[in-house]
Design a binder for this molecule. Structure first.
Ligand code: BES
Ligand code: MN
Ligand code: ZN
Length: 498
């Protein structure tokens, strides 16, 4: 996808489509004023006559508007001018993106970013536009027979801006957006692939492919013999029931010399049946998405590598599947983790924390500046926050604020849950250092508490993406979250945002 910024007037653009916005009550809008001037009030008349709605998110495609060079004008309703904020802007862009997806338009210029949007900048407006259009063009078609749906025809997106300095910002925003969209698409593909294809070895090969594509990335994939040598018996207990070999995937990007790295750890359970504590059948297929944490951190690695950001990043993915069998771990088994701490496995379905604790212990060798694990960890998180917020847990409130703030800017939001001593007590075991499950209450938090036992002294946060990583129902599929949040977090740390 090509992109560019332009300061030219709407009626003079020669693109196959320009996107303009209409506010309520004759308040005109971005791009519209200019076109009304050039067309003798053509669109204004249609709005007043009720032929074009200014309702937020409504769209109307017009052809051959008098005095306008572009073939088409897409008018998007923006609602009340007094309420026009980032959310309203995104709604408008998403509506426009959906319309364009179903056309054969090859190039488009959006004038929406020339409006005043409170609390943002031309950089973010261009980034949101490019991200929305890019994400709406995503389609999964790996495993359907027959003709593939035709590739999207849109090849070029332009952003109209009001000034030269805004133009430089918009170009940067578009460049970042393209990398983020690619990272999300990679994450979504990995999530959507079936568990008989997207195996631990497949995740490993994907990571290696990335290292071949980007010279600044190196990847190592450890097999079970090496995982055993590292004494990751907690991790190994989860893979005990399957014949597929587990992998520990290690990726490294160096863009900032000897600086301490950001470390991202992603839960890579390629299928979670629950093990001996087996899950009920309905919707069990969705446990193929239990590697979305892994997919997101691999996606973020691709973003960072593509943008060549001045930062150091390590990605750790413990990958395996959780199945029952005669060799599977039993409820009651006690294992010794890499840290030396012992764990009584009371429920084999609480497996995510068992692989994460060993991966987090491993992360210490990188002497991280910050380490964030990302996991579809608990059904309880979905009960607590639903599908709109990723749960953020950390004992460092400054780090929580940094993550949540990044999520707001990226429109990929998080919400903090407490990690407190009162909850930790639920993990008491009579036979080991702790049990792998607490009681039925506050399950997202007790899972976070369990992991915190292994991250003492680290600047660590945990993201539970169980509610945000995929959608169920008719629109079933991976969302690519939290690639935008984590990319924003790293872009900020790399001081790459103008
Ligand atoms: N992968 C699941 C969490 C999950 C479940 C995410 C449903 C999204 C939807 C995780 O491994 C799991 O099974 N967690 C258990 C923990 C429990 C046994 C303490 C859960 O949430 O039921
Ligand atoms: Mn489970
Ligand atoms: Zn799981």
């Amino acid at each position: 996808m090509e992109s560019f910024a332009t300061t030219s007037a709407a009626h003079r653009r020669t693109s196959s489509c320009i996107i303009v916005g209409a506010f309520d009550a004759g308040k005109s809008g971005p791009g519209i004023d200019d076109i009304n001037g050039a067309s003798g009030g053509y669109i204004g008349n249609m709005i007043r006559g009720g032929d074009i709605s200014t309702q937020p998110g409504s769209v109307q495609m017009l052809n051959d508007v008098p005095g306008v060079r572009a073939k088409r004008v897409l008018v998007v309703g923006l609602g009340k001018i007094s309420k026009f904020d980032v959310a309203a802007f995104r709604l408008a862009v998403t509506a426009a993106a959906k319309t364009i997806r179903s056309t054969k338009i090859k190039d488009v210029v959006s004038y929406l970013g020339t409006a005043d949007v409170n609390g943002t900048s031309p950089y973010y407006l261009a980034r949101y536009t490019m991200e929305s259009i890019g994400a709406s063009l995503y389609s999964y078609n790996e495993t359907k027979s027959g003709r593939r749906p035709r590739a999207p025809t849109l090849k070029k997106i332009g952003f109209a801006v009001n000034s030269r300095s805004a133009s430089a910002q918009a170009v940067r925003g578009a460049e970042h957006a393209k990398a983020i969209v690619d990272g999300m698409s990679l994450a979504r593909d990995l999530g959507n692939l079936p568990p008989n294809i997207c195996t631990p070895a497949y995740l490993g090969r994907t990571a290696q492919k990335l290292a071949r594509k980007y010279k600044n990335v190196s990847t190592r994939v450890l097999g079970e013999a090496e995982i055993k040598r590292l004494r990751m018996h907690s991790f190994l207990s989860v893979t005990a029931g399957t014949t597929l070999p587990a992998k520990l995937i290690l990726m490294q990007y160096k863009g900032a010399g000897q600086n301490k790295p950001v470390v991202l750890v992603g839960k890579g359970i390629t299928f979670d049946s629950g093990g001996i504590s087996i899950k009920p059948s309905p919707a069990m297929d969705e446990m193929k998405f239990d590697m979305c944490g892994a997919a997101s951190v691999i996606g973020v690695m691709s973003v960072v590598a593509k943008l060549k950001l001045p930062i150091n990043l390590n990605v750790i993915v413990p990958a395996c599947e959780n199945l029952p069998s005669g060799t599977a771990t039993r409820p009651g088994d006690i294992v010794t983790s890499m840290s030396g701490k012992t764990i009584e496995i009371l429920n084999t379905d609480a497996e995510g924390r068992l692989i994460l604790c060993d991966a987090l212990t491993y992360s210490r060798r990188y002497k991280p500046d910050v380490v964030i694990d990302v996991a579809t960890l608990t059904g309880a998180c979905v009960v607590a926050l639903g599908h709109h917020r990723t749960a953020v847990m950390t004992k460092n409130d400054e780090l929580a604020a940094e993550i949540i703030d990044a999520g707001i800017s990226a429109d990929d939001r998080g919400w903090q849950l407490p990690l407190a001593e009162e909850y930790e007590r639920q993990l008491k075991s009579n036979f080991a250092d702790f049990a792998n499950v607490g009681g039925p209450h506050g399950g997202a938090i007790t899972a976070g508490c369990f992991i915190s036992k292994f991250t003492e002294g680290l600047n660590w946060a945990h993201l539970d993406i169980a509610g945000t990583a995929w959608k169920s129902g008719a629109a079933k599929g991976s969302t690519g979250r939290p690639v935008p949040l984590l990319s924003e977090f790293i872009l900020r740390r790399a001081r790459a945002i103008p």
